[in-house]
Design a protein around this ligand. Structure first.
Ligand code: HEM
Length: 241
């Protein structure tokens, strides 16, 4: 691959994606606050959702914290506190793969449900489809890279991808670190970059709306139709003179 393309892939695109991510969220908040939602489809189907959604979300939250540690903490720091490379990887891979199994299982159920339930599929937008595709590629390439290159192979991402990731935030990313990473890692990171650029225009905005207020707000009272006084046709009450 040419040097120019590598610069585009590992420097230009990631910074453009970051700018789109930040400005896109500002734009979406100002232009479409009513659309800032998960676009829940629970009303159409809840059996599969009740299993798939928590599986996916617990898995992805575990993976998020795995990334915070794996990408954010330099190898020298874990060495300094006496954690051997072997112990570190054993812990990362066992906890990581358990989270990945939950995440992939949940994602499969969610996509299966969306594709096979007519009403859920009817409520699916083009943007949802694009988002699910990029999300699935990112997650599967991440799991593939872990299994093929970290567990079975000998690539140490803490000597490559992780260093590039931290350099990115100090504005000095070294292209060679990513250009020499195994293909699955390159696919994983490129797909994640695309996902971040799409993020503000999808239902993923709900990640920034954790409903903490729900813990203290009063209950919303739902009443069944049968218990309401008017049993007749919907509309105006009949007036009897
Ligand atoms: C630029 C951003 C990202 C970078 C640099 C990155 C980097 C990495 C690295 C180095 C690994 C290997 C971990 C290991 O071998 O133990 C990994 C695994 C993984 N990543 Fe990412 N990642 C990014 C974004 C994402 C995103 C946005 C998602 C999901 C939406 C994701 C999902 C995964 C999954 C599912 C795994 C496999 C975890 C496991 O099996 O333990 N990554 N990623």
């Amino acid at each position: 691959m040419t040097e120019t393309w590598q610069t585009v892939q590992w420097i230009v695109l990631p910074y453009v994606a970051l700018a789109v991510f930040v400005l896109g969220h500002v734009w979406r908040w100002r232009a479409d606050q009513f659309g800032w939602t998960t676009r829940s489809s629970q009303i159409y189907e809840s059996k599969l959702l009740r299993i798939g959604s928590p599986l996916f979300h617990f898995g992805i939250i575990g993976i998020f914290f795995g990334h915070v540690v794996g990408l954010g903490i330099p190898k020298a720091w874990t060495d300094a506190v006496g954690i051997s490379n072997h112990a570190y990887h054993l812990m990362a891979v066992t906890i990581g793969l358990a989270a990945a199994a939950a995440c992939v299982g949940g994602l499969f159920l969610l996509i299966y449900r969306r594709r096979t339930n007519r009403r859920v599929f009817g409520a699916t937008t083009v943007m949802d489809k694009v988002m699910y595709l990029v999300l699935a590629v990112t997650i599967l390439a991440g799991v593939g890279a872990t299994l093929v290159d970290s567990v079975l192979g000998s690539y140490d991402y803490r000597e490559g991808v992780s260093i590039w990731f931290r350099q990115f935030w100090t504005l000095r990313p070294d292209v060679d670190l990513m250009a020499s990473a195994p293909l699955l890692f390159q696919v994983h990171v490129t797909s994640a970059v695309v996902l971040f650029a799409l993020w503000p225009f999808t239902r993923l905005v709900h990640v920034f709306s954790v409903p903490i207020g729900y813990l203290s707000r009063p209950y919303v009272v739902y009443r069944s139709k049968a218990s309401t006084p008017s049993q007749g046709r919907r509309g105006w009450e009949e007036v009897n003179f």
